[in-house]
Design a binder for this molecule. Structure first.
Ligand SMILES: [Zn+2]
Length: 425
């Protein structure tokens, strides 16, 4: 069994404790030893990586990933890519995530029914590089709700971005279909989205439909995730035990109280990058900042930021990730979320890093073996040039991510020679 010893590294272990200089020994696919200082284990017989003061930290988890969003400018444009090109695109996205240090991703909906599952399986079999991946269903949408992109004159679900349902039995069939395909999570669109015909602050899915989705998913041990901007849609998540709540912009104080009372049960992924960039950077794609939609998105951003500040103060788990894969939120820029958490939500940089690492292990359902640098944990590691606690932005720069290890194997091997001269900052 191969062993790799990282020496002379600044260890950020993901727990939230201050970083320290030390050593980490990886044996097989797990962390065997973590020590403070130097020469804590004999160096003999290991592949030794001298980090020259670089930071060693857990691989990060993206909590709301759409590998098959193809950097297009609308849901329809994403959907219309033919399956062959689309599969290749999603494979390329998977590589982008692990290149940028995201060694785990929670699929938050696929643009075609089996795309996420096929990519997850290809990663797991070693056919393509990519993160540990929880494969999502398509977005399950109500007729006329967010995700129903069929033209009014063509009644064909094959032309829809989301999987359209009407009524509980239709929902049962949808959920069972995605279980049959091999999905890990079921995604429901419980609220609308302002740029569509179903505005953000609406809640189009009925109680009966949601209850059916939850009971069918739970029967087979699957978790659910929801696009939930409206207050009522967040309440629906709480009522029905939908653990992964995306967006939550309009959650009221009373709803935040309810979440705080069960904060070990739920995860919130606000997806702030979507709001920031739709409000401010989508001008070339028809949403100018001073247009009605641009003004709307800026306002929802301000409301969402205020909501997240309250949730963070209450200890509710807030995770990075969200709707990267549009023209104005390209894949690979995901670490911007951590900067938003620090600059907008009021997290310390350590808290932002914990949300990407320790909380990532929790949302992946593996809190005891993923997301921290501890003996026995899976060896998903990043070697970073500099200290992300001092400057959270360095994680946005691929050149600063010197090495990426997943499951004990290097996805990117560190360049050993120059590391001797590297000056730690
Ligand atoms: Zn999304």
């Amino acid at each position: 069994m191969g062993t790799v010893l990282f020496t002379n590294v600044r260890i950020f272990d993901g727990s939230g404790e201050p970083s320290y200089l030390g050593e980490v020994l990886v044996q097989g696919n797990r962390i065997k030893h973590v020590g403070r200082g130097s020469r804590t284990v004999p160096a003999n017989g290991h592949t030794v990586i001298d980090g020259a003061g670089a930071t060693l930290m857990p691989g990060m988890t993206e909590a709301h990933t759409h590998l098959s969003w193809n950097n297009a400018s609308s849901l329809d444009a994403i959907f219309r890519m033919p399956p062959e090109e689309h599969t290749l695109f999603a494979a390329q996205s998977a590589k982008t995530y692990i290149d940028m240090g995201w060694t785990s991703c929670v699929g938050a909906a696929a643009a075609k029914p089996r795309l996420d599952v096929v990519i997850r399986n290809a990663i797991e079999s070693g056919m393509i590089p990519g993160p540990r991946y929880l494969a999502a269903s398509q977005e399950i949408a109500t007729l006329g709700g967010l995700g129903d992109t069929t033209p009014p004159h063509v009644d064909s679900k094959e032309l829809s971005f989301g999987w359209v349902v009407s009524g509980p039995e239709d929902m049962r069939k949808a959920v069972r279909t995605f279980i049959k395909y091999g999905c890990d999570t079921i995604k429901l669109n419980l609220s609308g989205e302002e740029m569509t015909d179903c505005p953000a602050n609406t809640s189009p899915m009925s109680e009966e439909e949601i209850a059916m989705a939850v009971s069918e998913a739970k029967r087979r041990g699957l978790r659910l995730a929801a696009h939930a901007r409206s207050d009522e849609s967040v309440r629906q998540c709480i009522r029905h035990g939908i653990q992964i709540i995306y967006h939550a912009s309009y959650a009221t104080d009373e709803t935040i109280d309810m979440l705080a009372a069960q904060k070990d049960k739920f995860f919130v992924g606000p997806g702030l990058a979507w709001l920031v960039n739709t409000a401010r950077k989508a001008g070339p794609y028809g949403i100018a900042p001073d247009s009605p939609l641009g003004i709307y998105y800026e306002r929802e951003l301000q409301i969402a930021v205020e909501t997240m500040r309250k949730m963070h103060r209450r200890g509710i788990r807030i995770l990075p990730g969200g709707d990267y894969g549009f023209a104005w939120t390209p894949h690979g820029t995901n670490a911007k979320d951590l900067e938003y958490f620090v600059e907008m939500v009021g997290m310390t940089s350590t808290e932002a890093l914990v949300s990407a690492t320790k909380l990532g292990g929790e949302i992946m359902g593996r809190p005891n073996e993923l997301g921290q640098l501890k003996p026995g944990y899976l060896a998903d590691l990043l070697l970073v040039d500099g200290d992300p606690v001092a400057n959270i932005r360095i994680l946005q720069d691929k050149n600063r991510i010197l090495a990426v290890m997943k499951d004990g194997a290097f996805h990117r091997t560190p360049d050993m020679m120059p590391s001797r001269q590297r000056i730690a900052m």
